[in-house]
Design a protein around this ligand. Structure first.
Ligand code: COA
Length: 161
């Protein structure tokens, strides 16, 4: 049983993330989306909200599970008996940071390896921050997120005003 973990903040999940999830779910038996509960990074949605949004967004992919985690990624991987960490590479600028994380994680836990997926071209410029900023100024984000995520974004922004 090959279990992979796709970690990230997912604040909120975008079509770029979904693209990686669909492709990664085809190469592992089980893909766990690990939502980082990171108090250092100011987020729009709570970890519980992000988990619920991702569950709904990925409900048609049978081998995907969603959970939040605290602490080190390699510890979460151990806990879940996962040996593969999935990450997406959008541009060359992602590479240095991702290489550093992957190498550190492998040093700390040699049983865990990182598998990179190159983001599909149409999503190579998307980030959750850009989507949030666009939505906050009333921009149309339908090209970047699913209709459900768009509804959640609009509701959250309204709630915060
Ligand atoms: N499509 C869309 N956006 C993407 C993307 C894709 N395919 N790939 C990356 N991004 C964007 C995200 O939207 C996010 O945007 P934002 O900064 O505007 O929110 C940004 O890239 C960062 O990506 P994310 O995947 O959320 O990473 P992160 O930097 O917040 O966290 C972890 C990376 C979770 C892997 C890392 O912080 C971690 O492992 N933390 C746990 C603690 C730990 O083990 N630390 C030791 C590491 S050596």
């Amino acid at each position: 049983m090959k279990t992979g973990i796709y970690p990230g903040s997912f604040d909120p999940i975008t079509l770029g993330h979904l693209d990686i999830i669909k492709r990664a779910a085809c190469v592992v038996d089980k893909l766990i989306i690990g939502v980082l509960n990171n108090s250092a990074k100011k987020s729009l949605f709570t970890p519980e909200e992000r988990v619920a949004i991702i569950r709904k967004t990925t409900s048609d992919i049978p081998n995907v599970e969603v959970e939040s985690f605290n602490g080190l990624l390699v510890d979460f991987a151990d806990q879940k008996q996962a040996h593969i960490i999935v990450r997406g590479l959008r541009a060359i600028s992602d590479f240095e940071y991702e290489l550093q994380i992957a190498q550190t994680n492998r040093k700390v836990n040699p049983k865990v390896d990182t598998m990179f997926f190159t983001t599909s071209e149409e999503y190579s410029y998307i980030s959750s921050s850009i989507v949030k900023e666009y939505a906050m100024y009333g921009g149309d984000v339908s090209q970047f997120v699913t209709p459900y995520v768009e509804t959640c974004l609009k509701a959250k922004i309204k709630e915060n005003r």
